[in-house]
Design a protein around this ligand. Structure first.
Ligand SMILES: Cc1cc2nc3c(=O)[nH]c(=O)nc-3n(C[C@H](O)[C@H](O)[C@H](O)COP(=O)(O)OP(=O)(O)OC[C@H]3O[C@@H](n4cnc5c(N)ncnc54)[C@H](O)[C@@H]3O)c2cc1C
Length: 405
């Protein structure tokens, strides 16, 4: 989309482009180009470069370490990082618990946790969902009781969380727990920050369809948590939970990275052959690309409207549900198209081998590097319509809050 940027904005864009070109970690770029699976250090490599520059949390208020950029500059930033194929920073600290802490936390919580989120020192995970409490999150049963053996300054937490993304690396987790079993469902919940090294925490892997270890079950057995690690009032954690979910949904739309994915698909389809013609000349394929581009342009306008509203002081409202639905569907269609392009190159995916033959010397690639992760990425993207509140639930929100049904 062509936006009318001012001279200052264009100068900012040049500064961003130069910074990325000169500072994006080379080793990470190499792994991305080869379609290798990324580990903890890979995720943190770019984070740390940005933290040093002071650019890691553009959305945060300046007093807590934000950049003070205008909404247009933030738009330019997300466009340029996507255009340059920079990995997306993990949201759990920066976009989820960070804003909860600077909005609802005590001065001590802000002083301790916010700088560590910015520096990447603490890796966070989100302990919301439980077996039986996903869409119906307020029914959660993990309970926190005040300990009587330490003057009441600790909670003792017992229960189970599930689908906890990347908890195997986490230093800290933000958890929703039930502190009043007798109150109405939403009213008896508190928001706790829990040290993942606490005795009584066990993280067990769940291996997904694509063969990856991204999600986990987390068991809490008599875990002691200082009361000072509770954010906001006891039994009012639902306020923090809702605030966080609305922010999570805006981020999930992923417009800039989807735009980059379409460009990548078009570039590949210009050189991959379909018979004696480029794949992009195939009218059926071309039509799918065009439909995606049109839907994405519509989503981008909706996102810009939402961001303009946020810049004017209005929080992301029910329109974030529209962003979530359309953004996640587009992300899935992009992975479908990439898998379609990969064709049989996408079929022989063996964990650890990419698309290389898992026999002999393992050196013989079956397909081009871009096809290496086509299948696992396709499988992995099934999650986008489930997490952050499933798309069916988002449709319920729109029906109630937007259409008034
Ligand atoms: C890859 C992945 C990563 C995740 N990461 C995390 C994480 O880090 N932390 C965390 O806390 N959670 C995480 N989640 C959990 C996620 O938030 C839940 O999976 C989601 O909220 C859905 O809950 P559920 O799986 O229990 O499904 P259910 O709530 O049981 O829903 C099952 C189906 O029924 C539909 N449904 C349910 N209720 C309604 C209704 N009222 N109206 C219409 N349809 C309905 C749903 O849309 C869905 O299709 C993750 C999930 C995935 C897949």
């Amino acid at each position: 989309m062509d936006l009318d940027f001012s001279a200052e904005d264009l100068a900012f864009r040049d500064e961003v482009r130069t910074f990325i070109a000169e500072n994006y970690p080379e080793e990470l770029r190499g792994k991305q180009d080869e379609g290798e699976e990324l580990g903890k250090e890979d995720f943190l490599a770019w984070h740390k470069v940005l933290a040093k520059k002071g650019w890691v949390a553009p959305a945060w208020p300046v007093e807590y370490g934000g950049t003070g950029w205008t909404q247009t500059q933030r738009y330019i930033w997300s466009e340029e990082t996507a255009r340059a194929d920079c990995i997306r920073l993990l949201p759990f600290g920066l976009s989820m618990v960070g804003p909860v802490i600077y909005t609802f936390g005590t001065p001590e919580q802000k002083a301790h946790f916010l700088p560590r989120i910015l520096s990447g020192e603490d890796w966070w995970c989100q302990g919301y969902s439980e077996p039986g409490s996903g869409s119906d999150l307020a029914s959660l049963r993990t309970k926190a009781e005040r300990a009587t053996d330490s003057g009441g300054d600790h909670y003792v937490v017992n229960g189970q969380k599930t689908w906890t993304t990347l908890a195997q690396h986490a230093d800290w987790g933000f958890f929703l727990v039930r502190t009043d079993p007798d109150a109405k469902m939403q009213e008896g919940i508190s928001f706790l920050l829990i040290d993942m090294k606490s005795p009584g925490i066990e993280v067990r892997p769940i291996i997904t369809l694509g063969g990856e270890h991204e999600v986990n079950e987390v068991f809490l057995d008599n875990v002691r948590v200082p009361v000072s690690n509770r954010v906001f009032e006891e039994n009012k954690g639902w306020t923090c939970a809702k605030f966080l979910l609305a922010h999570e949904r805006v981020g999930i739309a992923g417009v800039a990275s989807s735009k980059r994915s379409i460009e990548r698909i078009k570039d590949i389809a210009k050189t991959e052959m379909d018979g004696d013609k480029a794949l992009l000349a195939n009218p059926f394929f071309k039509r799918k690309v065009a439909e995606l581009e049109i839907d994405l342009a519509a989503l981008e306008y909706t996102e810009l409207r939402t961001l303009a509203g946020m810049a004017a002081g209005r929080g992301p409202g029910p329109e974030s549900s529209v962003l979530k639905i359309k953004g996640s569907e587009i992300q899935q269609r992009l992975t479908e198209l990439t898998l379609e392009m990969a064709g049989h190159y996408g079929a022989p995916y063996f964990r650890g081998f990419g698309a290389k033959e898992p026999w002999g010397d393992n050196e013989h690639p079956i397909g081009p590097a871009w096809a290496n992760r086509a299948a696992p990425t396709y499988y992995n993207a099934r999650k986008t319509t489930i997490y952050g509140g499933s798309n069916e639930i988002q449709r319920n929100v729109i029906a109630k809050m937007v259409l008034g049904l």
